[in-house]
Design a protein around this ligand. Structure first.
Ligand SMILES: [Zn+2]
Length: 133
């Protein structure tokens, strides 16, 4: 699976990640056929540096909006303020949404943010390509 990210979405995700640091930022990406069109940041109710939980009421509202715009939820993103762009044990445990790309923005090197995508099957992360357009 591959994800195409418009530059403006990448920039918005990076800005949200930097603004939330040292806590994790999180949200959803809406699109069609792996091409992202819409960026959403959701409140991390965990307010933690090493895990996240998207506010259920906001998640509900965003899914409803995506449906109205005929977009699918193509990705779930979150930031890693100090750790690499890898799925953590906790991330894998919480990765129960099928057919989405899990996107992680790592700020471990503040000068060179890293972004990676994964699909998860049976608890195993598989790399998913991300192309910034
Ligand atoms: Zn994580």
């Amino acid at each position: 699976m591959k994800l195409t990210l418009p530059r403006r979405v990448y920039d918005a995700m990076l800005a949200a990640s930097r603004a939330a640091a040292p806590l994790e930022a999180c949200g959803l990406l809406g699109g069609v056929d792996g091409v992202v069109e819409q960026f959403y940041e959701l409140r991390n109710t965990d307010a933690a540096a090493e895990h996240y939980n998207m506010a259920p009421d906001e998640q509900f509202a965003v899914v409803k909006e995506m449906r109205a715009k005929r977009l699918r939820m193509v990705a779930i993103w979150h930031s890693h303020p100090v750790t690499p762009a890898r799925m953590s044990e906790e991330d894998l445990r919480m990765a129960y949404t099928p057919d989405v790309v899990y996107v992680i923005v790592s700020l471990a090197d503040p000068q060179a943010p890293d972004i990676k995508g994964f699909t998860v099957e049976d608890g195993t992360p598989m790399p998913a390509g991300i192309e910034i357009s």
